[in-house]
Design a protein around this ligand. Sequence first.
Ligand code: NAD
Ligand code: THR
Length: 364
Amino acid sequence: MMLVMQLLRGTVKHAGSSPQCSAKRLSSAVRGISSSLQQSCTDTDHPKVLITGGLGQLGVGFAKLLRRQFGKNNVILSDIRKPPNHVYHNGPFIFSDILDFKNLREIVVNNNISWLVHYSAVLSSVGENNVALAKEVNITGLHNILDIATEHGLRVFVPSTMEAFGPSSPGDPTPELCVQRPRTIYGVSKVHAELMGEYYHHRFGLDFRCLRYPGIISADCQPGGGSTDYAVQIFHAAVKTGCFECNLRSDTQLPMMYIDDCLRATLELLEAPADTLVSRTYNINAMNFTLHHLIQEIQKVLPDLKVTYNVDPVRQAIADGWPMALEDSAARRDWGWKHEYGLSQLVQTMLTHITTGNQLAQAY
Ligand SMILES: NC(=O)c1ccc[n+]([C@@H]2O[C@H](COP(=O)([O-])OP(=O)(O)OC[C@H]3O[C@@H](n4cnc5c(N)ncnc54)[C@H](O)[C@@H]3O)[C@@H](O)[C@H]2O)c1
Ligand SMILES: C[C@@H](O)[C@H](N)C(=O)O
């Protein structure tokens, strides 16, 4: 049986890549021989993944990583925005508004989705300026995702954030389990997501997996309106203008991670056997630095960088309530999490990518 399926897969691949030939005849013959066999073959070989909110800072890079592993057509990016050409031409893209339950269900059914990576969100700064939108996207949208994932037996990944903690949480480091009383709608919606996902896991058996990401730093995509965006913007400013105005104090220390580590952690958690997961929500940590340290490290390469401060008391008060480091020993123990990028590698990598152009666009 296995051999037959391997032969069939080989035929389909060949047919798909040769222009005229009997691509249609071959595919329909394959379908005719056994559509259910073909179905189970796809399922056992590779997951079929849908990424929501896929045009944000994380989604495009994650699609690229997954497509390398599972094949281009097994990973569908979706969003409510029009994709740039390099994304549109490099794998399946589909419009999907996570607030449209029926459409989401149709996409999952029609594409035989088995993993759902839920990246749609309204981030913290945008959320504080539009609480109604943040409630709608981050809470109602999440309910749609959990219901559809449960209905169709999907494995679902929902990212949480260090911003799910607040001023009354222990901050250095912040453990997995402690008081969580965030003061932003974004943080509140993420605590809600963690609890709802875990509840669905225990109550309905949903395969819910969640990581609390630190602030994520990447060169190829602008961040989407979060409170940690400064840690990305400073690199672009350093290269392009040589000056940066910061709205947080220089001694503000937050946990941060380079995007490659973040996306690899996400895939590793998604692939981890269920019985190794003692928890369904894990902290992950890589490096923890103050702005002062970040500036010093950038100035080793670009000594002329000038930084001025125009501290925003509202943002500073929020940032003061976040963890200075996340305690992530459970992830390291249960599924072997290990970060690769520290501050100096991060700075070198970011400056190289920004100086030499868009890494992701070039790689495509
Ligand atoms: N980037 C970080 O530093 C970071 C850190 C912690 C957690 N996270 C989480 O990771 C996830 C992805 O983050 P990101 O940085 O890529 O965010 P982003 O803001 O860059 O992207 C979010 C995407 O969601 C889309 N979206 C908004 N409303 C939608 C809707 N109704 N239907 C479908 N899509 C919609 C947007 O168009 C956007 O492309 C989010 O859940 C975020 O909370 C990110
Ligand atoms: C940290 C994370 O959740 C996001 N970058 C934000 O600031 O909103």
